[in-house]
Design a protein around this ligand. Structure first.
Ligand code: DQA
Length: 388
């Protein structure tokens, strides 16, 4: 796979330009980082180009035809104005990910408007320079296997990405619920490589998107996000290519809370899952609020609602086999969250396994090469295998 890294106006000033917004990484450093991330993903060819001139960017897009398989493009301020760049991206027909370092949805209102977005296959923003890494991962995932994006409701964030193994089903289903502290800039692209890994292991995978907190997140938070995940599961289980009697579910971080709360709300609505896994789940919302986990993210997620009604530690027994997996060195979600789930679930009579990784952190679950993910994948698939 060959990727073009394209940066627009003023990005040559990275490192010194408003470091409080764009960080201290220079453009040279960024290009080196991107080459390293690309190599980790098996992308050996990376071309990098930056220009402050709209016409030069258009020429570079044209020159990419036939020479690259994907483009990671930060058009800078041209994002908000340049129909010519929109048309160039559209014309060259190379999958292009619109990429921004800063949280364009939370800054000046004019930055919320992107005229290039309709021509792009995906947008990543607000994750610092790591935005480029997620953009690359998306291009790699796209190239690996076709995906069907199906809408389970009308909102822009209410969709589920379904992937199937080769051959004919019906297939058992593994459901993934991404994390990101319920914040709008963190989306289901984070669990795409995990989804592909599950499909490689012979099950269908539903990678769920849901409404997250705030306008840019589609107006979710609280019960609305839980109901979205539950609706997505119901929707995926109705697909004729899915064996609705065999499914399992895992959620990462905030997605751990959502996955388990959705299982509670689906009780008596669908067949119970063979297994529900919390990967570093933020499953004790009251403790998370008290401890300020995620810089106040749990409080923002709960809003005016009753945290007990959303918190898996208060929703047990769920009546399905549970597994909590946590790295003891997790700096995002304290491992005590999983300990609290184990205590509550056991006291309520649920069958729960705790899988601890003494040297594990928070993000290994998103990398299929990592043992922390593999421990989850093996269990998700074993639970739904015929005879399993
Ligand atoms: C940017 C956001 C744009 O609004 C701005 O004009 C830039 C950089 C980003 O990476 O966050 O130049 O694309």
């Amino acid at each position: 796979m060959r990727v073009l890294l394209l940066n627009g106006p003023n990005l040559n000033l990275l490192g010194t330009r408003r470091p409080e917004v764009y960080g201290t990484t220079t453009l040279d450093d960024l290009e080196t980082l991107v080459r390293g991330w690309a190599a980790d993903l098996g992308v050996t060819h990376v071309q990098a180009y930056q220009s402050n001139h709209e016409g030069h960017l258009i020429d570079r897009l044209h020159a990419a035809r036939g020479g690259v398989d994907g483009i990671v493009f930060n058009p800078g301020a041209f994002t908000h104005t340049s129909y010519a760049l929109h048309d160039a991206i559209e014309a060259v027909e190379i999958p292009t990910v619109e990429t921004h370092i800063s949280d364009v949805e939370s800054r000046e209102p004019w930055r919320r408007r992107s005229v290039v977005r309709p021509a792009c296959v995906h947008t990543v923003y607000g994750r610092g320079v790591e935005s480029y890494r997620w953009a690359l991962r998306h291009l790699v995932a796209r190239a690996r296997r076709p995906v069907e994006r199906l809408r389970y409701a009308d909102g822009a964030e209410q969709f589920v990405d379904l992937r199937f193994p080769d051959g004919s089903g019906p297939w058992p289903l593994a459901v993934l619920v991404h994390g990101g502290f319920w914040r709008h800039q963190w989306t289901s692209d984070t669990t795409e490589l995990s989804a592909l890994d599950l499909v490689d292991r012979g099950v269908a995978c539903a990678n769920v998107e849901y409404r997250r907190v705030g306008e840019a997140g589609g107006g979710g938070g609280g019960r609305a996000s839980v109901e979205d995940v539950a609706a997505a599961v119901r929707f995926a289980l109705e697909d004729p290519r899915v064996d609705a009697a065999r499914w399992s579910i895992a959620g990462h971080s905030a997605g751990g809370q959502l996955a388990l709360a959705a299982v509670a709300s689906l009780r008596d609505v669908v067949a119970p899952p063979a297994l529900a896994v919390s990967m570093a789940g933020c499953v004790d919302l009251e403790a998370a609020i008290a401890e300020g986990v995620g810089d106040g993210a749990a409080a923002a997620y709960v809003g005016e609602e009753d945290p007990a009604a959303l918190s898996p530690v208060r929703l047990v027994p769920l009546g399905v086999p549970l597994t909590a997996v946590h790295g003891r060195l997790d700096e995002s979600v304290p491992p005590g969250q999983s300990d609290s789930l184990v205590r509550a679930a056991t006291a309520a009579g649920d069958d729960i396994d705790l899988v601890e990784f003494p040297d594990g952190h928070h993000f290994e679950f998103l990398d299929p090469a990592e043992p922390m993910w593999q421990a989850v994948a093996e269990r998700l698939v074993a639970g739904v295998r015929p005879g399993g």
